[in-house]
Design a protein around this ligand. Structure first.
Ligand code: H2P
Length: 807
């Protein structure tokens, strides 16, 4: 179903009207930016209208809806996605002829809103698409960071961070709803008083900040659903101190203003240590308070009670970042609506659910007790009471208060947000089977023993409509021809491709498509970096956040080993291979930045050495983003998913690559495990330790030196690093690997090195000696990817966690 009755001439009329209204000119003389803005406004308003109809229907039927709260939403560009989902790309392309411009020219104008670090934020955005497409009523809440995550530029080999001013073009997708702003309060003192009507809490709030909503609409594909993403902007309420201003002290008069507005300035990079981060705490409370107030107000207005909140609203907290919504809802219910603790608690727990996305201790957020106490005194009081009651209950149940204490929200001087989330939610889920099992077995063991019924798994997914249909049009066309376009809404139908497993024509076509996509990526690389890559080589890609556990370093060590072999003339086993990396490192994460520096140095070295470049090449693509991923994924042949087993919660890049026909080289980790289940071990290059082997190796004492001494290759690699690439020494990395003051090689690259090389050898012998088999492997991967569509993921959340129905 195409968007009803939209023809090119309607689109023209609407664009013309916008152009004349905004710029008071004839559309024929408008430039491409004006046309981009006008068209985007036209589409945005179409979605707004459609969303209103959808909302009215949901309201009329008193349907339950989900509120997805997340500090990150990596939405990617909107124009193409919306035109595609509304099925009016062709009509728009025709309409644009009038202005002598192509859609592609408009797509490049739009800037990627970088409102996320990586998988977490992109997952949230895929969910908005799948919710809308399947007709589930949904609102996402986040912050309108003025500068999303930084723009990455490599200067002299080192990652440099620049501000990312995405709003200069993408602001057009936002609709300000100033009239729906709310006030968020910080600081102050609390005074309790017993009166005849019970305990009364007096509270003064010296700091009041306004949260102004900006709405973005995310279309569903071929249906009536439209998701709403509401982004909050912080504004100072007392934006100017008139006293100071009139005394001529302009700067001080404005300083409160800029402090308040700092809340929605930038997105915190992942992997920064959060302790003591007052701004981060303020951002989190700002998001949840504004969102909770809105949800409650809307509900109360409609139902005149909050007793049935959990019947009509499912509030999902994505990772611990929005954990404060639990005490905030308690505050609103008790202080603003007069609920008793017991009744309020019942409502809150039955409304809230929580997803955990990591087992890494540094990412399991904690906040200093003192900071929370000063900044959010009432919230602190409520958290303390939640904890007191919980420990009381658990202590009595166990008849052991010390045992209960192990689940406390409070550490020595910290508040443990994950514990708060588990206590205050009705369901807790991990994001892949293995991850959920590890949560139950290790990180959340005590809680699992206490309330096993709360824990479940929902394996992540990606929207194949963006990651295949839109970003890989050649593959989409082939699939449409072979199996029909039904898979677009019913991704499990991708499996029908399997019947072509022995069809040489189809296998050849898949090969051609991959080659064309590789050419596009090669062109991009050449145009951007003047590096030419061999399109007949295997494209081996690792694209994800840079983190030690994801082991870009392991990949780089293999590259060094190949360079050493080539330099020694030992080339019989070496096949043409292009290594492509794309990754941002958190600005304060020195080791990650050093690994980028090393990869860039390898790239420079190879590009100056024709003898090495004959065989292999390395490219580091800067500023990884959703849009870049859309060029990279379709071109991937070997997908590097090589985290240390037990560390990657799920991964979603692994799903995007397989959907586009790449074969994975990977460890038994995260969703890789489920990919193997789908494709079979024969269509996956598996290597490395299993998670339980990693655990037991830690327990018995991991010694990288042991592997180093046994392996001539590793010894040569360390010599190479110490000598320098070509003159810059990477001795600090060799020290890191061998152990200096700490345990060497904490993510066990050495332990997995030999098996990693074996897996690569297997991959290259299939690719270069039996291309037909490789193409079959690729086909099986595409055909098995349906289960990793976020449509399936969302259906599981809807049925088993949120209990919401699609319209
Ligand atoms: C994280 C996890 C991934 C997971 C993703 C979404 C935090 O993303 O590490 O394993 O797939 O959430 O659940 P990332 O590392 O890409 O930032």
């Amino acid at each position: 179903m195409r968007e009803k009755n939209i023809e090119a001439k309607h689109i023209n009329a609407l664009i013309d009207e916008e152009i004349s209204r905004y710029w008071n000119i004839e559309s024929r003389s408008a430039n491409s930016i004006q046309i981009y803005r006008a068209l985007s406004v036209v589409i945005r308003d179409m979605l707004l209208k459609k969303h209103n109809q959808f909302k009215n229907f949901v309201n009329k039927n008193e349907q339950k809806q989900v509120y997805y709260i997340c500090m990150e939403f990596l939405v990617g560009k909107s124009l193409r996605n919306n035109l595609y989902n509304l099925k009016i790309e062709n009509e728009t392309e025709i309409a644009l002829k009038k202005y002598n411009i192509k859609l592609e020219d408009l797509y490049v104008i739009e800037k990627d809103p970088g409102l996320g670090n990586g998988g977490l934020g992109r997952l949230a955005s895929c969910f908005m698409d799948s919710l809308a497409t399947q007709g589930y009523p949904a609102t996402g809440f986040s912050i309108k960071y003025e500068f999303g995550l930084f723009k990455q530029k490599i200067i002299d080999g080192w990652q440099t961070e620049l501000p990312d001013d995405w709003l200069t073009t993408s602001d057009v997708w936002l609709v300000a709803k100033t009239e729906e702003r709310v006030v968020v309060k910080f600081d102050g003192k609390i005074r309790e008083e017993w009166t005849t009507s019970g305990l009364v809490i007096h509270h003064d709030y010296p700091t009041e900040i306004e949260a102004v909503p900006y709405d973005m609409f995310i279309s569903g594909y071929d249906g009536d659903g439209v998701s709403l993403l509401r982004l909050w902007e912080s504004k100072s309420l007392n934006s100017i101190d008139m006293n100071l201003f009139s005394q001529g002290d302009y700067i001080r008069a404005l300083s409160e203003d800029s402090m308040a507005e700092a809340i929605s300035k930038v997105l915190y990079p992942a992997d920064n240590h959060y302790e003591g981060k007052i701004l981060r705490l303020k951002q989190q409370y700002f998001l949840v308070s504004a969102s909770a107030q809105t949800i409650v107000k809307k509900h109360y207005k409609k139902y005149k009670t909050l007793d049935n909140l959990s019947d009509k609203a499912a509030i999902h907290i994505n990772d611990t970042h929005p954990a404060l919504i639990i005490p905030e809802l308690m505050r609103i219910l008790m202080d603003d609506y007069g609920y008793s603790w017991e009744k309020a608690w019942y409502i809150v727990v039955n409304t809230v659910s929580y997803t955990n996305h990591t087992v890494l201790s540094e990412a399991l957020e904690t906040f200093d007790i003192d900071i929370v106490k000063t900044k959010l005194p009432r919230i602190f009081m409520i958290i303390s009471e939640i904890n007191r009651r919980f420990l009381q209950e658990a202590g009595s149940k166990y008849n052991d208060f010390n045992k209960a204490e192990q689940m406390s929200v409070f550490g020595y001087d910290k508040i443990n947000m994950a514990n708060l989330c588990i206590i205050g939610s009705h369901t807790v889920n991990g994001v892949a089977k293995l991850h959920s099992e590890i949560l139950r077995r290790t990180v959340f063991k005590k809680f699992y023993e206490y309330s096993p019924y709360k824990f479940m798994n929902v394996t992540n997914g990606i929207t194949h409509r963006r990651w295949l249909n839109q970003s890989n049009p050649r593959l989409k066309n082939l699939l449409d021809d072979l199996i029909g376009a039904d898979y677009t809404k019913h991704p499990s139908k991708l499996s029908e491709l399997k019947k072509y497993i022995d069809d040489d024509v189809v296998l050849h076509k898949l090969d051609e498509i991959k080659y064309e996509n590789k050419k596009l990526l090669a062109e991009f690389i050449y145009n951007t970096y003047q590096i030419s890559v061999n399109t007949d080589s295997i494209f081996d890609i690792q694209a994800k956040r840079l983190h030690e556990y994801k082991r870009q370093l392991l990949n780089a060590l293999r590259i060094i080993s190949l360079i050493i072999d080539i330099n020694e003339g030992n080339t019989t086993h070496i096949k043409p291979e292009t290594f492509i990396f794309a990754a941002k490192a958190a600005p304060g994460y020195y080791r990650a930045k050093e690994i980028i520096q090393m990869i860039v140095a390898l790239s420079d070295y190879i590009n100056k050495n024709p003898n090495i470049k004959k065989y292999i090449n390395v490219v580091f693509v800067e500023n990884y983003s959703v849009s870049l991923a859309e060029i990279i994924m379709p071109a991937g042949e070997l997908s590097e998913q090589i985290s240390l087993a037990g560390k990657e919660a799920s991964g979603t890049g692994n799903m995007k690559f397989m959907l586009n026909g790449a074969v994975t080289i990977g460890t038994y980790d995260g969703a890789n495990v489920e990919i193997i289940n789908q494709v079979g071990e024969e269509n996956f290059f598996l290597f490395g330790l299993r998670d339980y082997e990693v655990e037991s190796l830690w327990k018995t004492g991991y010694s990288s030196i042991h592997y180093y001494q046994k392996s001539l290759k590793l010894r040569k690699i360390i010599d190479f690093l110490n000598k320098g690439i070509p003159s810059k020494s990477f001795e600090s990395i060799s020290k890191y690997l061998l152990g200096d003051s700490q345990v060497g090689d904490p993510y066990m690259c050495f332990a997995d090195f030999d098996s990693y090389l074996d897996a690569h050898n297997k991959a290259s012998s299939v690719y270069f000696d039996d291309k037909r088999k490789w193409n079959q492997m690729s086909l099986v991967n595409i055909a098995s990817a349906g289960i990793f569509s976020s449509d399936r993921t969302i259906k599981e959340y809807a049925d088993s966690i949120w209990n919401i129905k699609s319209i």
